[in-house]
Ligand binder design. Structure first.
Ligand code: ATP
Ligand code: MG
Ligand code: MG
Ligand code: MG
Length: 575
């Protein structure tokens, strides 16, 4: 590729709404352009990296025996009604009507569609196992799209769905996928960790998330340095809670420092989050789509936080043994919500405000305390997730130094960006949609399923969160938009420079190297700044001075190969 034939659009400044470094750098490098909240155009330079991620994913999925297909983005509501998710999925599901007033959704995920394909096509055990995947655009109406492609509303996902004869075979497929994911994230050049995970709205009961380790990650991960144990904090909490429930019914949640959602909200409200949250539990109705109202609710919650109250013995789902707490005065709450106290049923306003847990205590706790705020959205709109009913009332936050759940050593904490997720689904969807096959003995049986997602576009953001410096992005070679950039100094002024640059460019292209020739005839400073911002891993600089002695300058973006003079003929060896 020649720069003059390419579309470069680097920026000096990142837009003000770009909170994290990857978003800032992707905007500045001209990889993405914002069209609307959480909706981006992938510009040519960005699309090159996306395609490279896709190809690695595709190669490893194929290698693991999966078959690629492509499903529609628009899906009829009937399928979602059949699975029960039309009601359960909540506001993240974008619903629309066609001209005949029929209901549709824009697919946030494809269990329903793929199960429909399989139930119609698969009749016999001889057709199993099957593992089908696609790389496709999803739409999720995230309440708070942010961080650029990391939490978009429209984004590219690889989603795979496996179909097996029985549980044993399905779990084997799960393991195969798990290994394929390890290979994928290793090839992508990412520092990652596989963690035990909650099964969320997709359901099922065996699940791992793959997290790219980064301080800006929205998820908290509890892991044990001395064993293999690693879990999303939600799950680690559930396990720890079960262990602790014997020891008492104290309720305690501790703010996790570094959580941007709650810190941002707190900052906005001028509040300090240093206080220990002793209880944050809310009822189902604590669902607020209106952002200003949500912020006001947060304000009330934070009043509680500051108050450093303590609650004991809260029973879930019922107004049972609830300790009364003073969050705010009745007048304050009425002023905030513009409604009668009675309306605030879940907050149980009766003179004093009560905090009542219904379900998903951990989720709402996270909302304030920050374990996984974004997952549940700060206003809790994503309530449709069919979280399991919590069994015990005492929910505690996992903290650094806790004993581990597997009985080996103590927990350490880090933050992660969820880039992949594998689920064993069992018969959740095949049962609901009646996807059956005839066994060898002629009897009908329900198909066992698994599903496996990878956030293709999110991976770009995650990779940058791990690899950048003050000059820009430092791409891992495998997903860089270009592998090598040639920077000729005086391309249009010096015949020798042009000759050598063109020659090297052609040779590298012929050798299959993904090379960019910067033939814009810009000053070196301008060229270098652009390619360092874009993050091309290797750079060859050609100038009259060096070429006199048959030398060019070679260096790597990550600093591992420092600037050095190399014979023109040796450049191949260096690469
Ligand atoms: P999150 O917890 O971050 O909301 P999720 O658990 O809802 O993600 P899954 O349903 O597991 O997501 O989807 C599979 C993968 O798709 C995720 O592991 C993630 O990499 C990616 N993904 C999910 N939501 C988004 C989004 N809004 N923007 C970009 N990628 C996403
Ligand atoms: Mg998740
Ligand atoms: Mg989500
Ligand atoms: Mg997930």
């Amino acid at each position: 590729m020649r720069a003059t034939q390419f579309f470069l659009n680097t920026l000096k400044e990142a837009p003000a709404d770009a909170e994290v470094i990857s978003h800032q750098l992707m905007m500045r490098a001209g990889m993405i352009k914002r069209l609307a909240g959480g909706i981006y155009t992938y510009m040519p330079v960005g699309l090159r990296s996306i395609r490279k991620v896709e190809n690695i994913v595709r190669e490893e999925m194929n290698r693991a025996g999966a078959l690629e297909l492509l499903m529609p983005a628009v899906q009829p509501a009937e399928l979602w009604q059949e699975s029960g998710r039309w009601e359960k999925y909540g506001a993240e599901l974008l619903r629309l009507k066609d001209r005949h007033d029929r209901d549709y959704v824009i697919g946030p995920t494809h269990e329903e569609v793929i199960t429909d394909v399989v139930r119609k096509e698969v009749k016999s055990y001889r057709q199993l196992p099957l593992n089908l995947y696609q790389i496709q655009t999803k739409f999720r109406d995230e309440i708070r799209p942010r961080f650029g492609v990391m939490r978009g509303r429209e984004f590219v996902m690889k989603d795979a769905y496996s179909f097996d004869r029985n549980q044993e075979a399905a779990l084997k497929t799960y393991d195969t996928m798990f290994e394929a994911y390890r290979r994928i994230f290793t090839r992508l050049g990412l520092n990652f960790r596989a963690v035990n995970a909650d099964t969320g709205s997709i359901g099922g009961n065996r699940s791992h998330e793959f997290h790219v380790i980064a301080d800006t990650g929205e998820d908290a991960i509890a892991y044990c340095p001395s064993s293999d144990y690693a879990a999303n904090v939600e799950l680690a909490e559930a396990v720890c809670n079960a262990q602790r429930s014997a020891a008492g019914k104290a309720l305690e949640k501790v703010h996790t420092p570094g959580n941007s959602t709650c810190e941002a909200v707190a900052a906005q409200l001028g509040l300090s989050l240093s206080a220990t949250v002793k209880s944050v539990v809310f009822a189902n109705e604590f669902v607020e789509k209106d952002e200003t109202k949500a912020v006001k609710k947060v304000q009330i919650i934070l009043a509680l936080v500051r108050g450093d109250h303590e609650v004991n013995d809260i029973k879930l789902g019922k107004l049972h043994g609830v300790q009364e707490l003073r969050l705010a005065t009745e007048a304050e709450i009425v002023a905030a919500f513009g409604t009668q106290p009675g309306y605030l049923g879940p907050l149980g306003l009766k003179g004093e405000v009560r905090v009542v847990a219904d379900r998903s205590v951990a989720a709402m706790g996270d909302f304030v305390c920050g374990a996984n705020a974004a997952d549940y959205h700060y206003a809790g709109v994503n309530w449709g997730r069919d979280l399991p009913e919590p069994e015990v009332a005492d929910i505690r936050n996992v903290v650094e130094g806790d004993a581990s759940p597997d009985g080996q050593g103590v927990l350490a904490m880090c933050r992660g960006i969820e880039v992949g997720h594998v689920f064993y689904l069992g018969t959740k969807y095949s049962e609901a949609l009646q996807a059956k096959f005839l066994e060898e003995n002629g009897k009908p049986a329900v198909i066992e399923m698994g599903c496996y997602g990878i956030g293709v576009t999110r991976i770009l953001g995650a990779a940058i969160e791990q690899n950048f410096d003050d000059r820009g992005i430092i791409w891992p070679l495998s997903i860089a938009p270009f592998e090598v950039v040639l920077c000729p100094i005086g391309y249009k002024k010096s015949e020798e420079v042009k000759l050598q640059a063109d020659k090297l460019y052609q040779e590298l292209k012929d050798a299959g190297v993904d090379v960019m020739l910067d033939d814009r005839d810009e000053r070196p400073g301008v060229m270098f700044a652009d390619w360092e911002l874009i993050g091309v891993p290797l750079r060859v600089t050609l100038g009259d001075r060096g070429l006199k002695d048959g030398k060019v300058e070679f260096q790597s973006r990550d600093g591992k190969v420092e600037k050095r003079d190399v014979d023109v003929g040796e450049i191949f060896e260096q690469l």
